[in-house]
Design a binder for this molecule. Structure first.
Ligand SMILES: Nc1ncnc2c1ncn2[C@@H]1O[C@H](COP(=O)(O)OP(=O)(O)OP(=O)(O)O)[C@@H](O)[C@H]1O
Ligand SMILES: [Mg+2]
Length: 257
């Protein structure tokens, strides 16, 4: 039984076909990679799932139930959390506050009731949940530090904590390894692998080593279409994938060569 199935997703931006008939599924506890050259449509898939854009066509099937595409404010109810391609923290708030703000917003909309109790929006409980999430990303000692004072890789950890705090069923990660050094990337790999026991992950990532090592399955997008899918070995050796990446390298996207 799939946790999420997307069928025939089509998104047009004016005359540009950003996504054409994209089919993607994510099983419970699965880490699914979504890769492809710049502009392939990866973030557009995420934005469709998150309700940031309205698809022109396509079905959203959650726990085998066909439902309308979620609106951003409904994501928590479904148990979907995401990190953005940028970081998106409040710079003047502390790390703890940044995580608490996200949780508090969800508590207001009744989303973390399962975690907090039916009516309880007690600040202490919010704080405990937020501290647990900071602990999960190895940042408890930074709870009282303002986000603006942190280096980029650490801010990314806090953004991850914010997404994890609501204990999502599906976590969407958009380029979590971008801008990280080798140590942080190793750490991230370990974290993503460990998430399998609690949630599913849909991972957009340019860092091939990360995607190949943590994903159970990988989809490859090129010009808005899925050109390949399978495990790391299958995708790595697929002629269509090699051609897509070589083609892109040849026109100046050497980052993928
Ligand atoms: N809001 C928008 N309006 C118009 N065009 C858009 C919009 N968002 C994305 N596009 C275009 O749609 C295509 C897919 O973009 P998308 O951001 O999904 O690619 P991506 O695979 O995430 O790329 P990257 O690896 O650079 O992040 C691109 O051609 C992009 O320029
Ligand atoms: Mg993108």
């Amino acid at each position: 039984m799939s946790l999420l199935r997307i069928e025939n997703l089509c998104v047009n931006f004016g005359g540009l076909k950003a996504l054409s008939a994209v089919n993607i599924s994510v099983e419970p506890g699965e880490v699914v990679g979504l890769i492809g050259p710049n502009g392939a449509g990866k973030t557009t898939v995420f934005n469709s799932i998150c309700g940031f854009i309205s698809p022109d066509q396509g079905s959203f099937i959650w726990n085998e139930k066909r439902t309308s595409w979620p609106k951003p404010h409904q994501l928590h109810t479904l148990g979907i959390a995401r990190t953005l391609q940028g970081v998106g923290l409040f710079p003047d708030l502390t790390c703890l506050e940044n995580v608490m703000v996200a949780l508090d917003h969800q508590a207001k909309t009744g989303i973390v009731r399962g975690l907090l109790g039916a009516t309880d929006r007690d600040e202490r409980k919010l704080k405990n949940l937020a501290m647990e999430a900071l602990d999960q990303v190895g940042a408890t000692s930074l709870a009282q530090v303002r986000a603006s004072q942190l280096p980029f890789p650490t801010r990314k950890r806090i953004a991850l904590a914010r997404a994890l705090a609501s204990e999502p069923t599906l976590l969407l990660l958009d380029e979590p390894a971008g801008g990280l050094g080798a140590d942080d990337i190793d750490w991230l790999r370990g974290l993503i692998s460990s998430l399998r026991s609690t949630c599913s992950v849909l991972l957009v990532e340019h860092h091939m080593e990360v995607v190949m090592s943590v994903s159970d399955r990988i989809y490859v997008l090129d010009f808005g279409q899925i050109i390949s899918s399978g495990n790391a070995e299958e995708v790595r050796t697929d002629e269509a994938v090699i051609a897509a990446y070589l083609g892109n390298a040849a026109i100046g996207r050497e980052r993928y060569a």
